[in-house]
Design a protein around this ligand. Structure first.
Ligand SMILES: Cc1cc2nc3c(=O)[nH]c(=O)nc-3n(C[C@H](O)[C@H](O)[C@H](O)COP(=O)(O)OP(=O)(O)OC[C@H]3O[C@@H](n4cnc5c(N)ncnc54)[C@H](O)[C@@H]3O)c2cc1C
Ligand code: FES
Ligand code: FES
Length: 499
């Protein structure tokens, strides 16, 4: 390793697990967190069922000090089955095994969440139960933070979107959630976090990590130039965001995460910033949960759309940049970003460049990024008052499902009455090898008064601009019909063009 680039590194990662210090180096840092907990630490409360982030049985709680926007001190649920141990550097983790306190009685002293699950028969075979308990403990933690005591059915459903149960039919679990005594719950933060451990972690976060073994190497620099130098020298390295895409592929053995570059120690990558009133910059480490909080009032349509994205466990770690760089044609954020004049800020050996998102997606899973480059941020428009924005997702299941088709429509109106279009941007996912903008359809509507006739003409063009495949999610014909319906829905919802 070149000492001119970094003065000091550590060859281990540090995290606190159930309040105990864990310093790990060597190959152990490269195993999945769920495996580490179960097979290295004998913390078998955490279950592994799908190993794909889908069922939530492996949920653990995590607090990591770098959060974008307003700094929050809160433990959040994440999936341990698609997370490499090394990615937990700097975290405080809590597993289900540590929740109940030992007691003199026959039963340990269970938490109010555990008691409610037992009292309301929220568990049958029990395999999913630790995951539900952790998701609900995360919800209680949030309620404690918000100084609220009531848990509604909606709260319970939202918090457990990422948890599957084959036995209970869910109602007893929702009843259990509503019966949790938040007042009697002790905060996980209070029980498992100490300022002394946090101080140690914060000191460590200033020092790059360099673990280099035969079967696993992990580099986490504290500055971008160190990251670029490392990329320049290591051809087969993988940049890892939260590995909610990469971890699944790794577990399916379609690729192995053996040489990893993590950007988690670079503080500026957690920034979300407004550039005046019209643009927003989102750093490469910004999670979808943090982004959702930030855009709640600024771009409410996007915040609402993110509610349909994956599960809380996934969004608490997954990055917006990872969703773009993964370049799946059915990824959910690219249609929105394509209508928002998004520029991808890329840094590489020759400095920085800005690429329009339209030119970033080259072909199926091919992007305009060389192996020596990385994405630092995405910059995109904030919709203005004279505009309408709509984002739709069509999937077989409402929650925690991948889109068959997704859509974004943005119109700048020429008049207050919203009858004439000044500018329009339309983008679809799931209808071609990449997410696509419909340039011809847009052109046919620009500077035009909206009418049923105009929309019908535009629709003819729309069908020529999409080339959907048939796959297990939907047939090509179905996707054509859905695209047409979403186009109509967009105009109908804004009250124009339909008598
Ligand atoms: C259960 C489950 C549900 C999901 N649901 C949805 C869903 O509803 N909608 C949806 O769109 N997606 C969904 N996903 C996919 C995934 O969560 C998202 O794509 C997520 O945003 C990926 O972010 P990440 O940080 O985990 O990326 P990673 O998996 O870490 O990386 C993804 C890709 O981005 C690259 N990358 C990451 N950061 C950078 C960088 N700074 N510079 C260059 N390249 C980089 C990586 O090398 C990799 O190629 C789901 C995944 C799971 C497991
Ligand atoms: S084991 Fe299913 S989400 Fe992790
Ligand atoms: S209780 Fe059996 S899977 Fe949930």
């Amino acid at each position: 390793m070149n000492n001119e680039i970094w003065m000091k590194t550590r060859n281990y990662i540090l995290f606190y697990l159930n309040g105990e210090r864990h310093q790990i180096s060597g190959d152990q840092a490269g195993v999945m967190l769920s495996d580490y907990l179960r097979y290295h630490k004998n913390l078998t409360g955490t279950k592994i069922v799908c190993a794909e982030g889908d069922c939530g049985a492996c949920s653990v709680l995590r607090f990591f000090p770098y959060y974008s926007g307003k700094k929050k001190n809160i433990f959040l649920p994440i999936n341990s089955c698609i997370t490499i141990v090394a990615q937990m550097d700097g975290s405080h983790l809590v597993t289900v095994d540590a929740l109940a306190k030992p007691s003199q009685a026959a039963q340990p002293d269970h938490t109010p969440v555990q008691k409610a699950m037992m009292n309301c028969h929220g568990s049958q075979c029990g395999f999913c139960t630790p995951g539900f308990v952790m998701a609900l403990t995360g919800l209680v933690e949030k309620k404690i933070c918000q100084k609220k005591t009531e848990i509604t059915s909606a709260d319970a459903k939202n918090a457990t979107t990422g948890n599957l149960c084959r036995c209970t039919g869910y109602q007893p679990i929702i009843d259990a959630a509503k019966n949790i005594s938040v007042r009697e719950s002790e905060s996980v933060m209070k029980r498992f976090y100490s300022s002394a451990s946090q101080k140690e972690i914060e000191q460590h976060l200033k020092i790059p990590v360099n673990i280099s073994n035969e079967s696993f190497s992990f580099f986490a620099p504290t500055r971008l130039k160190e990251a670029l130098a490392y990329l320049g020298k290591n051809k087969s390295v993988r940049i890892v965001g939260a590995s909610t895409d990469l971890g699944v592929v790794h577990n399916k053995r379609k690729l192995r995460l053996t040489q990893v570059l993590s950007l988690h120690l670079i503080p500026e990558l957690y920034d979300i910033e407004k550039d005046g009133k019209t643009r927003l910059s989102v750093g490469a480490r910004v999670t979808l949960s943090d982004l959702r909080l930030y855009v709640k009032e600024l771009i409410p349509e996007f915040a609402k759309f993110l509610d349909l994205f994956a599960s809380p466990q996934i969004k608490n770690v997954a990055t917006l940049v990872g969703n773009v760089a993964n370049a799946s044609p059915i990824a959910d954020t690219p249609p929105f970003l394509l209508t928002m004049n998004t520029e991808v800020e890329i840094h590489g050996p020759k400095g920085k460049r800005f690429v329009k998102l339209e030119s970033f997606f080259l072909d199926y899973r091919k992007i305009n990024l060389t192996p020596k480059e990385l994405i630092v941020a995405l910059h995109f428009d904030i919709p203005q008052k004279n505009e309408s924005l709509a984002l739709y997702k069509i999937s077989q299941r409402k929650d925690l499902d991948i889109s068959a088709v997704n859509f974004a429509g943005r119109v700048a109106w020429a008049d207050k009455e919203k009858t004439k279009i000044k500018d329009i941007k339309l983008a679809f996912g799931g209808v071609a090898a990449t997410t696509v903008r419909l340039y011809k359809t847009e052109k046919s509507l620009t500077n035009e008064k909206v009418s049923a006739e105009k929309l019908a003409q535009a629709l003819e063009l729309l069908h020529t601009e999409i080339t959907p495949l048939s796959d297990l999610r939907a047939t090509s014909a179905f996707r054509h019909v859905v695209a047409e319906n979403l186009f109509h829905k967009f105009f109908r919802e804004h009250g124009v063009g339909h008598e």
